[in-house]
Design a protein around this ligand. Sequence first.
Ligand code: ATP
Length: 280
Amino acid sequence: MRRGSVLVPEGVQEETVVPMTTDGLGAWSRTPVLSLRQVTRRYRRVEALDAVDLDVHAREVVALVGDNGAGKSTLARVVAGVEQPDAGFVEMDGAPVTISSPGAAHALGIATVFQDPALCDNLSVVANLFLGRELRVRPGGPLDEERMVREARQILDDLTTGITSVHRTVNELSNGQRQAITIARAMITRPRVVVLDEPTAALSVVQTAEVLQLVTRLREMGLGVVLISHDLADVLAVADRVEVLRHGRNNGSFDAASSSQEEIVAAITGAPGARGRAFR
Ligand SMILES: Nc1ncnc2c1ncn2[C@@H]1O[C@H](COP(=O)(O)OP(=O)(O)OP(=O)(O)O)[C@@H](O)[C@H]1O
């Protein structure tokens, strides 16, 4: 059932819907952790995003799909603070925020994993996880290796990555494990929302399954996840909701559990009459 802007399971009283889900107990959140409201981003004459709306709740995987050039990566860059919207705004917990830089995105609790993460092949797992954010014993003091190792192990365990040694160099890892490292690296800042831009591109079937498992793990950990992907089978395997962009505009919102690939493809390609059901 839909109340206001949130889906509430049948039988749940509205009063029991809490403003935020932070305890990981599965309470339904009324306020999305992250919202885009009428966000527009232009490159000269191209409207890469044209009045786009997007809601992401805690403990929810929202897949963002669309054809090449639909605006998905532009949306990721706006949310990551790499680019600013020309119009519209972003909200966190229902309050407008300005994501003026990648640092501001991190401070707000938003982490973005881009398509081509730069890992340093010759460095260890732990060094890659803390690259540019090394912990020190005291400000300006020596590196706190012990704490970095401890925290790296904790994050990799929380994500159930199966990576047992944080001292291995990254070039010893499979592509799937390398993708796991990039996702783990995003967790260093303890985000509440993670945006993953095509995390399974160029992975084998087995490695893709491992990364999708990580995505479901992020949801179990209480995070809101935006999964950008071309692969509808992947998307339907893990997403709660599928949002379609077409030519920079919202073009349908689908409940993943009750929608078919054909319906979503129709919205992606702009088949006449194709719209999402259940959500919008
Ligand atoms: N820096 C830029 N300068 C000019 N135009 C751009 C720029 N970045 C993106 N665009 C244009 O904006 C539109 C949206 O591009 P975007 O990369 O966001 O789409 P996408 O859905 O991520 O596509 P893909 O799946 O191919 O990565 C496209 O028309 C693209 O050519």
